[in-house]
Each structure stands twice: as structure tokens, then as C-alpha cells.
Design a protein around this ligand. Structure first.
Ligand code: VAH
Length: 314
């Protein structure tokens, strides 16, 4: 059986839906610290699970015959700057719990998300390579950099089959993101439908690596289905789709909603965004397990606006 820890989050929600589609509802146990997404909770097996509690995770794996874990619980970049020790505690201890259960064979396969946040101001900003300087300046980025080191260590030393992707900013409409620096790229679509205007907390030329959720979910399931011998990266794969600025998003929305207006009022998250690359080279992922993205900015905008129009007008 599959266990998703942090199933109520932005990625966890859609990962649960996709994995249930692939493996069957009863083979995918969703879990989170609370039941904040009731539709998900009522759609299939769900347990309240504290990702920081080793015994709770172990008991859940034993009771539900779990052999694969997707560990999606974390405090993201903006929240991590407000609560550094809580971010370290949750992001690192949840990873150790899952890796240690895999080390003793209680779990056979692990997915753990990393992020472009592992890169910092000294990293080459354009077409950032798979192997490069990583001096992250956010707590979240530090937890992802260290987490990657531990994943590679547990694979090389104990044979743990842990797989990871450095997600870019992810845009989706089924669940709101929580506490990220790239969240503007989700909020803007909701506001475009509701108010036909948006005030961006990042400046107009802040170019960041981004991806539509369907691509991120496809990459995750494809990586997890790949034959182990094809996987040459056990820290975390660079993953890329589109790079755009808030102005690019505004222009793609104006093409569908001409009266949409955008203003800019950068806040503390601007410094976080400025520490990250503008574009990522994911050639290794494309070579190792045939990764390819399907959504460009205009197609993503079309899908986002169509679905959110239904959501706010039904
Ligand atoms: C964040 N959405 O903003 C997350 C992600 C690359 C960004 O890690 O923190």
C-alpha cells in the first residue's frame, strides 16, 4: 500500500488523487496533521498522522501494510523564515523517520520532494546545472539541501530506494499552496477571476522556474515508476518546465481577461526569490527517465482560468 504524508497540502492533494487513479483508492492511504481538506478525507482511506512522530508513522505503516511512502509534509520557504526551528524540526525529522523505517525494510520505496530552494545567490542563475554550487540562504532551502545529502547517504550506505525531485514553483487550482514564495503565481489566477486585479508581492521582472501541477505530478509518478538502474541521481533531480516573471503571467491573463490589472508591492519574499535561479537545466532527468513537460504558460493560464471560473461561478 502507499502512504502519503502531508496529503492535504498543495501537491499532496493532487498526488493523492493521481495515485488513487493509478493504484486504486483503497491502496492509497492519505494522511495529514488534521482534516482540513474534508473532500479528500472523505474520498478514501485517511488517517491523522503527525509527520514528526516516528512511532505513529511506524504503526501506520505496519497497520496498513504500507511499502511506499510519499513524504510531502514540510514548512515552505516563506513560513520557514518566520519559524526557523519549527521548519528544521518538521522538514528534517519527518525525513529521518521515513528513511530509518526504509533502512530496516519496513518501507520499500520513498519519494521526498526537494526544491529549487537548494540553490542560492552563488549558484549560476541561468540553466542551473544538476551539479553546482548550493549555498541556500533560506531555512527551507537549508533543510532541502541537507535532506538531499541524507537521501543520497541512505541510498549509498543502506540501499534505501529513495527518489527525489527539485520542484520549481508549482501552479494548481485544486488546492491552495501554503507559505511559499512562488504562491503569487497561484493567487494571481484566483484574484483575476474574483477581482480582475492583483497586487504581486514579487517585482515584475522576477523570473523563476515554474511548472503546472499536472507536469509536477507526472514527473513524480514517472520517476517512482522508473527502473532503479536508470536512476543516476539519488540526491534530487533538477526538474524544469517553464520560467516566467509576474509580468509574463499578467500578460497571459490579459490575453483572456483584457480588463485585468496588475500592481507590484514586493515584500520580504522578494529577497527569497532573488536568491533562486531564473531557469534550470534538467537534461539529466530527461535522459535518465524520459522526463518531458506538457504545459507552457499560455496553456496553463487557459486551464487555470477555465477551472477557477467554474469554481467561483458555480
Ligand atoms: C516555495 N513553492 O515557494 C515552494 C517552492 C520553489 C518554491 O519550494 O517555498
Amino acid at each position: 500500500k502507499i502512504l502519503i504524508i502531508g496529503a492535504c497540502g498543495q501537491i499532496g492533494t493532487e498526488l493523492t488523487l493521481k495515485l488513487r487513479e493509478i493504484h486504486g483508492v483503497d491502496n492509497v492511504i492519505a494522511s495529514d496533521i488534521n482534516t482540513r481538506k474534508l473532500d479528500l478525507v472523505n474520498a478514501g482511506p485517511f488517517v491523522i498522522l503527525d509527520a514528526k512522530n516516528f512511532n505513529a508513522i511506524k504503526d501506520c505503516c505496519i497497520n496498513h501494510n504500507v511499502d511506499t511512502v510519499y513524504l510531502m509534509a514540510a514548512l515552505l520557504s516563506a513560513t520557514g523564515e518566520k519559524y526557523p526551528m519549527e521548519a528544521w524540526d518538521l522538514n528534517m525529522n519527518s525525513l529521518f523517520h521515513v528513511l530509518n523505517l526504509a533502512k530496516v525494510g519496513q518501507i520499500k520505496k520513498v519519494f521526498w520532494p526537494s526544491s529549487i530552494a537548494v540553490f542560492g545567490p552563488t549558484t549560476p542563475r541561468e540553466n542551473t546545472p544538476q551539479h553546482t554550487i548550493c549555498e541556500p540562504t533560506t531555512v527551507y532551502g537549508i533543510t532541502k539541501q541537507v535532506g538531499e545529502r541524507w537521501c543520497e547517504y541512505y541510498h549509498d550506505k543502506y540501499g534505501v530506494d529513495v527518489r527525489s525531485l527539485r520542484y520549481p514553483g508549482i501552479i494548481s487550482h485544486k488546492a491552495m499552496p501554503g507559505g511559499g514564495t512562488t504562491d503569487y503565481a497561484v493567487e494571481i489566477y484566483h484574484e483575476a477571476i474574483k477581482e480582475k486585479k492583483y497586487e504581486s508581492f514579487l517585482s515584475e521582472n522576477t523570473k523563476l522556474p515554474m511548472m503546472f501541477m499536472d507536469d509536477a505530478i507526472a514527473a513524480t509518478t514517472e520517476l517512482m515508476a522508473a527502473p532503479p538502474e536508470n536512476i543516476t541521481i539519488r540526491s534530487s533531480y533538477n526538474l524544469s518546465a517553464i520560467s516566467f516573471t509576474p509580468q509574463d503571467v499578467a500578460n497571459s491573463i490579459k490575453a483572456e481577461i483584457p480588463e485585468f490589472t496588475m500592481t507590484y508591492n514586493p515584500d520580504f519574499r522578494q529577497a527569497i526569490a532573488d536568491s533562486w535561479p531564473s531557469s534550470i537545466d534538467d537534461a539529466v532527468a530527461r535522459k535518465d527517465w524520459n522526463w518531458d513537460h506538457q504545459f507552457n504558460l499560455s496553456r496553463m493560464t487557459e486551464v487555470m482560468l477555465k477551472n477557477l471560473h467554474v469554481k467561483y461561478n458555480s
